[in-house]
Write a protein that binds this ligand. Sequence first.
Ligand code: DGJ
Length: 344
Amino acid sequence: MLKRIALTVLAVCTLGTVSVQAQKNESFRPKEVWNDTEGNPINAHGGGVLYHKGKYYWYGEYKVGETVLPPDATWERYRTDVTGVSCYSSKDLLNWKFEGVALKAIKDDPESDIHPSQVLERPKVIYNKKTKKFVMWMHIDSPDYSKAEAGVAIADSPTGPFTYLEGFRPNGSMARDQTLFVDDDGTAYQFASSEENQTMHINRLTDDYTKPDGTMVRRFIGMAREAPAVFKHDGKYYMLSSGCTGWDPNRAELAVADSIMGEWTVLGDPCTGPDAEKTFYGQSTYVIPVQGKKNAFIACFDMWKKKDLQDSRYIWLPMMWDEANGKFSIPWHAEWDLSVFKKK
Ligand code: DGJ
């Protein structure tokens, strides 16, 4: 704590302007402003993290500018214009270097899926070992969310630039909140809230990861799950998700399956501590397997600020594996670091 205060007073005053020197992050502090290595707030919402060749890459919605409620809105569909998908890199998961906007909005074509006037949410990137391409999937929508499509972009480098390929409804079905998961055998899947967000569709992808291969299953039927984050532990598949209440928080839920397209069993809410029933005012977006540590996962949530989306914060918390009970929990920590995983 003292160290942090000492670092904070390193504010530099020059001719009436005050700039805070970039400082090293020593711990995760959920809900607080999280600065990148240049001292700017990290701007990567609804994001996902890829581990590639010794580095983590965090991709997210680059929300810049004013949040507006469109005049014709019949529900709280607050929005910012699409700017693109940001990319940050890190070796320690705490200190993130801004690598730029890896997929940029297409400003000169009003018909483009990623024109500023549209919706681009929940980008996730996976690496295809066969094609050596980085493949990004995202939720693409019209401003009134009636389009409900998935968009796909590819790049040769993790930091981009990504080239937008196309948007479509996977296997002809609606797709809104989404995530990607690559299994140990290299097969990739997209999980998407479909059927007006009532049912999760699990779409298996083609070998190059750019399209659904035609095999899909409907799961969590009529359960209205959003914000899926999928990970694997000890041969089992887990899906962390939220309920469906717009930008407002609700209760999280964890589910497990023996096979990814098989039957899923709901385990309940893994969050514990103050405001656990509202996911600590967050909404799931990704679960990061921490490299080099056993049973170590970080649950990543967005804490949306619906009237100022750019200032939405992040809640990253350790997922603790209880060996005795064979269960995951996500206990609240106001401040923590990766040493929590060693204690178990
Ligand atoms: C909840 C979703 O999880 C977010 O990604 C976003 O689509 C909001 N709804 C919009 O209200």
